[in-house]
Design a protein around this ligand. Structure first.
Ligand SMILES: *Cc1c(COP(=O)(O)O)cnc(C)c1O
Length: 428
């Protein structure tokens, strides 16, 4: 059934570490062998053996408009015809920067980079330069890319593989990263007392996506905003996943916050590699050549990626986009809960708009520790049962799933039917 995928994987493991270019793709969290994809269209993927899947990975978030949306493909092709990279500025970069600044009032100046990892890494550098402090605060199970300072108690693939903090990260650097649980007000307050005026930055996924989807509880982000403001700590909202996802203006629009800095990625590249970091003019004007904080990139602001991003944002601005995503998300959540109940499968669904995680946990999941208590083995079985029924969920209990505007109500109903069968299969 997946013979070609199997053969490719056998070749790949001899050529690439673990056979992949990014860890979670290897299916280690769910068992079985990874699927090699041949093409995508709308909400569907086709693998190299010709099997079709309804996709809820959506390239891990960027493809909010679905695969190969014609207007986005055309925008990329038009840009490519004019040249793929100049190593000089283009008009489209100015347009994308303008749109980001318009949609995120907390961003007065923005710098484009090539990935979310570069965005968070650079934002930390700016925060450290601004404050003259070295320590940073992050939250357990949040993933901010793979820069050294941030690979401490990280989510995503690190959580999926159950890895300890990564070897290769100098201890001296890791010691500068303070980590505490998300949604834990008491520990948050104690931490700011203990490290009074020593924290350069607090970086947070305002809606966690990388331990699975975990929404912020009432008051948590408010207290974080207050404490960081009081102590001159730069508050960085890592909206690489939530930006243009949980609302056009990200979590900061949805929950009405004004962070000091914001990192973006995923959706702003429309499926091509892009990241961005931004904030107030005074913070960002430290960055070279306006200021002394160095950060550069040969392909930064790449014309193809910027064209894909600009077209994606333009289409997202059409009226009703986020209402539609919310309606599809609500229907899928209700259908999955009902199907699980009918099969007596204890699950919890965490969802914010079109991002969600189905946890095999009877209790609500409010932090990383709770996510780790979910039954990842059952999730793996459920994942494989769904895959065999033509539905591709993220291959890990610790990842968020995504709905796109290309998903239809009929797709959602098909997914619910497949899930109902998968839950019954688990009970057998
Ligand atoms: C995906 C992600 C990153 C890393 O982005 P890359 O483009 O994979 O480097 C950082 N932060 C968050 C919140 C993410 O979801």
């Amino acid at each position: 059934m997946r013979e070609k995928s199997k053969k490719l994987y056998e070749r790949a493991v001899k050529l690439m570490p673990g056979g992949v270019n990014s860890p979670v793709r290897a299916f280690r969290g769910v068992g079985g062998e990874p699927v090699f994809m041949a093409r995508g269209s709308g909400a569907r993927l086709t693998d190299v053996d010709g099997n079709e899947y309804l996709d809820y990975v959506m390239s891990w978030g960027p493809l909010i408009l679905g695969h190969a949306r014609p207007a986005v493909v055309e925008a990329i092709a038009r840009a490519a015809e004019k040249g793929t990279s100049f190593g000089a500025s283009t008009e489209a970069e100015v347009e994308l920067a303008a749109e980001i600044c318009r949609a995120y009032p907390s961003i007065e100046r923005v710098r484009l980079v090539n990935s979310g990892t570069e965005a968070t890494m650079s934002a930390l550098r700016v925060a450290r330069a601004w404050t003259g402090r070295e320590k940073i605060l992050k939250f357990e199970g949040c993933y901010h890319g793979h820069a050294d300072s941030l690979l401490v108690k990280a989510g995503s693939g690190v959580a999926t593989l159950g890895l300890p903090d990564s070897p290769g990260v100098p201890r001296a650097l890791a010691e500068l990263t303070v980590t505490i649980p998300f949604n834990d007000l008491k520990t948050l307050q104690e931490t700011f007392r203990l490290h009074r005026k020593q924290l350069a930055a607090a970086i947070v996924e305002p809606v966690v996506g990388n331990s699975g989807c975990i929404p912020p509880q009432a008051g948590f982000l408010d207290r974080l905003r207050e404490l960081t403001a009081e102590q001159g700590t730069v508050l960085i909202f890592d909206e690489v996943m939530t930006g243009f996802r949980v609302a056009y203006g990200g979590a900061q629009e949805r929950y009405r916050f004004r962070p000091d800095m914001t990192t973006l990625g995923k959706i702003i590249g429309g499926g091509l590699p892009v990241g961005a970091y931004g904030g107030s003019a005074k913070l960002m004007d430290q960055v070279a050549p306006a200021g002394p904080v160095y950060q550069a990139g040969t392909l930064s602001g790449n014309p193809l990626a910027v064209a894909a991003g600009l077209m994606t944002l333009e289409l997202l601005r059409q009226s009703g986009t986020y209402e539609k995503l919310e309606a599809l998300g609500a229907r899928l959540e209700a259908g999955l809960v009902e199907a699980a109940r009918a099969a007596s499968a204890p699950i919890t669904i965490s969802r914010v708009g079109s991002m969600f995680t189905l946890f095999f946990s009877a209790k609500p999941v409010t932090d990383y520790a709770a996510a780790k208590r979910a039954d990842a083995t059952r999730f793996g079985k459920f994942f494989r049962a769904l895959l065999d029924r033509g539905v591709y969920f993220p291959p890990s209990q610790f990842e968020a799933a995504f709905i796109s505007t290309a998903h239809t109500e009929a797709d959602i109903e098909q997914t619910i039917r497949a899930a109902a069968e998968a839950f019954r299969h688990l009970a057998d």
